[in-house]
Every structure is written in structure tokens, then in C-alpha cells.
Design a protein around this ligand. Structure first.
Ligand code: FES
Length: 320
């Protein structure tokens, strides 16, 4: 795993009632430039509702231009069901604070050989596309965007997008009854178009089903589905390799509990999509919450993704 980067919060801005934007600058040295669609993992050190010290690590898309390595900008949605990370970012982090982040990684890069790029965003799913647009412009790539949101609460960056003349954007306000007609959008594009979707599961599934109905190649459909892990019931974990016994509380992920106990597990997305954290289960029944394992692998119950998945049984034994 790459060394973390210390960054200073240079600015905090509310871009919608539920979404706050943070501009981050290197405490020393230089940041790296990054490719469109990249994300960073932010380490948040605070206290939970009981006043106990707590560390959260959440992945956030970079919304700034990757060509500009003088700063990184992230946007954080206040989750309705938060384990505390998004609440921490919204209520505790202020200008001048120092945070630790990972170097950028990319699990959602554009396919530059595409004839055209159609970007379909839902709510805070707009964030990875904010870093697509400047590079699409520089390359003169044919691009159009469809952005669905629900009233002012989640419709961030609409003004910035409206002044963009090169990339046509169609807005759909769900609160006003407006809906994106996926069949019309997907069915009216030239051969060789690639589609990128980021937002709620229902939107991603809608695009996948419509593409299948229209006979579009699945290799031309790209989606980013990672989300911060959700809270759940507490459970116990035994580690066969190291002999450790760990308690996972309701507001921490299994991966966070392992890290708290000094057990390092490779990870990249911390949202159940990249497969990096796959860990063998020796005993107990996992509650799979990832989008990486196939249905058959999930039914086998012999591995799980600890960044998001938890336990149905009161305890799990892992091979590590
Ligand atoms: S870190 Fe990516 S699936 Fe767990």
C-alpha cells in the first residue's frame, strides 16, 4: 500500500444542503496529478456517539481537474444512515485542519477509444464526472451528460455544469417529477458509444437492464457503485492465523476493526467493488454487502469483502 499524504483543508464550501466540498492542499511537497474518475481514501480521526476515539476511512471521488496538482477537491454527501464518517466531515472538519489521504486510485477511468461518452449521474454520483469533464474538453471528446437529482438537497454543481457550453447536460429533478428516459438516451447514440453511470443502485441497474434490452455490449457500460460501508449489528471475529479475537462494533466496518487491531488487509475502494480486500472465511456466516463477488461465490460463504460485509452469525472465523 502506498504511503499516505498529509493534506491541509484550504477551503470548505456547501454545494447543496447535503453535500460539502473540501479543497485539500499538500502540507509539504507536491500532490500527484490524477486521471479522471480517480478517488482518494480519507482517514478521519474523531469520537463516536459514546465519546470513544474512532477512526473512519472512506473513499471519495476527486471532483477537481486531475491536471491541476496544486490541490485536490472532494465532495462528501451526508449519509442518511452514517457510521459517523460523513457526519464527521460535515460537522468537525474546518479550514486549516490536517487530514491524511491515500494517493489517488482509479477504478472508473474513461475509455478513450470510445466514439462518444455518455455520462449518467444520480445525486452525489455527479462527483466522478466533475473530473471527467475538463479532460474530455481538452481532448475534444464527444460527450453528453444526464444528471438526475432530487430537489436542491442533492443537486450539487448544477450551476457549474450549466455554464459549460461544450458538453450538453440534461437535468432531471425527481422532486418535480422529471425522469431520465434511459431507453431514449441509450437507444439514440452512435455505434461505439461508451456509457458511464454513477449513482444509486436503482439507476445503475436501470442502465444495465436497458442496455441489455437494446442489445448494447456490456463492455461499453461502466459503472461506479462504491459507497461508504453501512452500520450493522455488532459481532465477534476470530483470526485463525494471528490468534486474535476482535469485536466489531455497530458503527465500524470489519476492515476498520481489523486495522484498529493492527491487522493490515490490502484495500483500494473500501466500498465493495475492487476485490482487493477479499478474505477467506473459515467458520460463521457472512452477510455479503459487496458488488464484487458473484452470487455463487456469495452462496459458498467461504470468503467475504471486509470493507463492507459483516456477519449474519454472532461470530466469524477468518483465515488471517
Ligand atoms: S477494498 Fe475494494 S472490495 Fe474491499
Amino acid at each position: 500500500m502506498s504511503d499516505p499524504i498529509q493534506v491541509r483543508v484550504a477551503a470548505v464550501r456547501t454545494v447543496s444542503p447535503k453535500i460539502r466540498e473540501f479543497t485539500l492542499e499538500a502540507v509539504s511537497g507536491q500532490l500527484f496529478s490524477f486521471s479522471p474518475g480517480s478517488h482518494v481514501v480519507v482517514t478521519m480521526k474523531g469520537t463516536n456517539a459514546e465519546g470513544k476515539a474512532k477512526v473512519w476511512k472512506n473513499a471519495y471521488s476527486l471532483v477537481s481537474d486531475g491536471f491541476d496538482a496544486s490541490r485536490y477537491v472532494i465532495a462528501v454527501r451526508l449519509q442518511d444512515e452514517s457510521r459517523g464518517g460523513s457526519v464527521f466531515m460535515h460537522t468537525q472538519v474546518k479550514e486549516g485542519d490536517t487530514l491524511e489521504i491515500t494517493p489517488p486510485s482509479n477504478l472508473f477511468a474513461p475509455v478513450w477509444s470510445a466514439k462518444k461518452h455518455v455520462l449518467i449521474a444520480g445525486g452525489v454520483g455527479i462527483t466522478p464526472f466533475m473530473s471527467y469533464l475538463p479532460e474530455m474538453k481538452r481532448r475534444g471528446a464527444a460527450t453528453e451528460m444526464h444528471y438526475s437529482y432530487r430537489g436542491d438537497a442533492t443537486g450539487a454543481y448544477r450551476e457549474e455544469l450549466q455554464v459549460d457550453e461544450q458538453t450538453p447536460v440534461t437535468f432531471y429533478d425527481g422532486a418535480a417529477g422529471e425522469r431520465c428516459d434511459l431507453k431514449a438516451v441509450l437507444g439514440s447514440q452512435p455505434l461505439g458509444t461508451h456509457f458511464y453511470v454513477c449513482g444509486p443502485e436503482s439507476l445503475i441497474e436501470g442502465v444495465q437492464e436497458t442496455a441489455m434490452e437494446l442489445g448494447l455490449p456490456s463492455s461499453n457500460i461502466h459503472f461506479e457503485a462504491f459507497a461508504a460501508p453501512q452500520p450493522g449489528q455488532p459481532f465477534a471475529v476470530q483470526l485463525e492465523g494471528s490468534g486474535l479475537n476482535i469485536q466489531v462494533s455497530e458503527d465500524e466496518s470489519l476492515l476498520e476493526a481489523l486495522e484498529r487491531s493492527g491487522v493490515e488487509v490490502p484495500n483500494l475502494c473500501r466500498g465493495g467493488v475492487c476485490g482487493q480486500c477479499r478474505t477467506q472465511v473459515v467458520d460463521g456466516e457472512p452477510e455479503h454487502r459487496d458488488s464484487f463477488l458473484s452470487d455463487t461465490e456469495k452462496a459458498d460463504n467461504d470468503c467475504l469483502m471486509p470493507c463492507v460485509s459483516r456477519a449474519r452469525s454472532s461470530s466469524l472465523t477468518l483465515s488471517i
